[in-house]
Design a protein around this ligand. Structure first.
Ligand SMILES: [Zn+2]
Length: 694
């Protein structure tokens, strides 16, 4: 459970965000759901169902040069981005606009004007570096860091799932034991590579990446105007500090356990753990109200951070902050810096040869900063009321299925079942977009300085976030924008959230068959509901408080079932190289949600068919039964090809299994699947010992 520093949130997402956020395609946006012509009859569904349903699609869709991966949702990403682009172009062309339209139009202009960025970008960067360059003593570190964290380097900058900013992450967070309380917290941070493993692992690939990273640091310092000699020294300091911080960080598996990242600390305790950093001054300058206590995720991280502050020279600390400022500015200043940044983070780390077109990078940037302004336009075009009504219908059916499932299981005591059902009944479902749109009126956006716009938008968001401390929690707020192709469960608010962006094909269409909808979006809905009852989610009660409401025997029975899944998903992935292993302990929550999600969606579809007096097992006009269509639509919505570097990164850092395992493993656990395709015991898609939680 990461800290809930809002967008970093310890929210349980549906998908590998990094892949989705960069997926893209050059073809015109045309949305497709599953079609029977996609089935590859040369494959046996009982041997490798993913191949059976995806190989034709994959053969027809090689990974484009500007993408880390390609999936059946790739056209949807282009479709969503195209709608946003048109909204921004329209706003930019209208000189008389005011309010959010002015903000959206001017943001677009500032991002798309490459001549201006080439001419002025270096100066913008030099200005951004001034507070760091002016630092004379270590006593000033708190002031400089508070400045950076409140603008260019907010706690969520970087990966959306993990706090990532210079040195340490700070932000509002809900108290785990009392979710109605909004306090503040500190999280481990400070690494530029995707996780601690990249600094610590001894395999050849990790070593190679570290060497390339050091070269990249030198290059970026030089591009920022430093001499080769200076740049070399600075790079050495940055790498040493980040490597030292990496050693004290908690790994991704431990971070899943809420108790392991929940340490209440007073200001005095924090200050005692960080004697060489003026915590009080940092907090005052950041503008945070004082909460009754702070939550620290990784206690061991604080002394390690202090040690770096204490033992490094002022120049070394400045080099580190310079690097983070340069990195954060790269995509918003000169095209040269942006390209260099991509060469390492896109090409070396992910294996993607080239950047997405400029307009798509600008759409993504605007979506991240003005998402609820742009989102209103998106919803108007892409999410009619019929879609919402149909989505509600699916959710009702799937919630009922879980209720029945909880009622029927033989390993839970009646008292535990009662609380589980209370939790399920209290789960708030949010569909499409927020009821109340965010007010951006105090945010100033200009047409001619992208870096200033990003800094202003980040500062706006930091202020908005910190205002939450000591105030009532707003459960109806969203942490994803409407066009996002993803979904999440927020255990502390007991909500499930489905942006309009995923309520589209290949996942959903109010007009496609029920079987296709339940297989694709139905599984997504079931997945998010199940997260409330996965190995970590189950530890929260109906109010979103971390509280053990399970009897000891029920908890033991649960763990047995969960461990079965974790063992199933711990296996070699030889196609990514010798020794590469998937870690079922890292992916246990997501795998539980996948297995439960597909099961619950099928139960709901069965009920629907029963209510209409129809059978799932009668062939329809294209020859498929509804049960077959359900599984094929599920698999089709996850067809994907990803670059090996990206998959290796996903295996180490991401709690989601690779798509091919997300399809084949759950289905091999289900008797209904075997029944649908006539698979027999002994075939690869039929487990001898099936695992099941929900
Ligand atoms: Zn999930």
């Amino acid at each position: 459970m990461q800290m809930k520093l809002e967008r970093i949130g310890w929210l349980v997402l549906l998908a590998a965000g990094a892949l989705l956020s960069q997926a893209a395609a050059q073809n015109a946006p045309r949305l497709e759901g599953f079609d029977v012509s996609m089935v590859d009859k040369t494959n046996d569904p009982c041997v490798d169902f993913y191949q059976y349903s995806c190989s034709k699609w994959k053969a027809a869709h090689p990974i484009p040069g500007d993408m880390p991966s390609v999936g059946t949702w790739t056209p949807l990403f282009l479709y969503n981005q195209t709608i946003l682009r048109e909204a921004m172009e329209k706003a930019a062309a209208n000189l008389a606009v005011k309010g959010t339209e002015q903000q959206v139009g001017d943001y677009w202009k500032s991002c798309m004007n490459l001549d201006l960025r080439a001419a002025k970008g270096k100066q913008w960067l030099a200005d951004a570096l001034k507070p760091v360059d002016a630092m004379k003593t270590k006593q000033e570190l708190a002031k400089v860091l508070a400045h950076l964290h409140s603008g260019l380097l907010p706690a969520w900058e970087g990966d959306d799932n993990q706090t990532n900013t210079a040195l340490i992450g700070f932000g509002p967070t809900q108290d785990l034991e009392d979710s109605s309380k909004m306090v503040a917290g500190f999280d481990q941070a400070g690494l530029s590579l995707p996780s601690r493993d990249y600094y610590l692992n001894d395999d050849e690939n990790s070593k190679k990446i570290r060497e390339e990273y050091k070269k990249h640091l030198v290059r970026m310092f030089e591009l920022a105007g430093d001499t080769p000699e200076q740049a070399g020294k600075e790079a050495t300091a940055v790498f040493a500090i980040e490597s030292a911080l990496a050693k004290s960080q908690m790994d991704a598996v431990d971070r899943r356990d809420p108790m392991k990242i929940y340490h209440k600390q007073s200001l005095a305790q924090l200050q005692a753990a960080l004697p060489d950093f003026n915590v009080d001054e940092y907090l005052k300058l950041s503008g945070s109200p004082e909460p009754p206590f702070y939550i620290v995720t990784t206690l061991e991280f604080l002394p390690a951070l202090d040690q770096q502050i204490k033992t490094r020279s002022v120049d070394e600390l400045k080099s580190y902050l310079r690097w983070w400022t340069i990195k954060a500015s790269a995509n918003k200043t000169t095209p040269e810096l942006e390209q260099a940044n991509f060469d390492f983070f896109g090409t070396t780390l992910e294996g993607t040869p080239k950047m997405l077109p400029q307009w798509r990078r600008c759409v993504a940037s605007a979506d991240a900063r003005l998402g609820e302004a742009l989102g209103q336009e998106y919803v108007k075009i892409a999410f009619p009321p019929e879609s919402k009504a149909k989505a509600v219908e699916l959710m009702t059916g799937i919630r009922t299925a879980l209720k029945q499932d909880i009622g029927a299981v033989d390993w839970m005591a009646p008292a535990t079942k009662k609380q589980a059902i209370e939790k399920l009944d209290a789960m708030i479902q949010k569909i499409g977009y927020p009821d109340n749109w965010r007010d951006y009126s105090s945010l100033k956006i200009v047409p001619d300085n992208l870096l200033a716009n990003v800094e202003a938008a980040n500062a706006f968001e930091v202020r908005r976030q910190l205002k939450k401390v000591n105030r009532p929690v707003d459960k109806m707020e969203w942490t994803m924008t409407p066009p996002t192709i993803n979904a999440y469960n927020d255990p502390q608010n007991n909500t499930i959230n489905f942006p309009a962006g995923i309520l589209q094909l290949p996942f959903f269409d109010a007009k496609q068959s029920d079987a296709a909808n339940y297989g694709a979006i139905g599984m997504v809905i079931g997945h998010e509901i199940t997260h409330g009852f996965d190995d970590q989610g189950r530890k929260f009660d109906a109010k979103g408080n971390l509280r053990d409401w399970w009897t000891e025997a029920d908890a033991t029975a649960y763990d047995q079932r969960g461990n079965c899944l974790a063992a199933e998903y711990t296996h070699d992935v030889p196609e990514l190289g010798a020794g590469v292993k998937a870690n079922g302990k890292l992916t246990q929550g997501e795998d539980t949600a996948d297995n439960g999600g597909i099961h619950l969606a099928l139960m709901a579809l069965e009920e629907l068919y029963k209510s209409k007096g129809k059978s799932l097992d009668v062939p329809e006009k294209d020859g498929l039964t509804a049960r077959q269509r359900f599984y094929l639509s599920y698999s089709f919505s996850w067809c994907e090809s990803a670059r090996p570097d990206v998959e290796r990164m996903q295996i180490t850092t991401n709690p989601h299994s690779l798509s091919r395992y997300r399809v084949n493993t759950p289905l091999s656990n289900q008797a209904d699947f075997a029944k649908a395709f006539g698979c027999k015991q002994g075939q690869p898609m039929v487990r001898e010992q099936a695992c099941r939680v929900w």
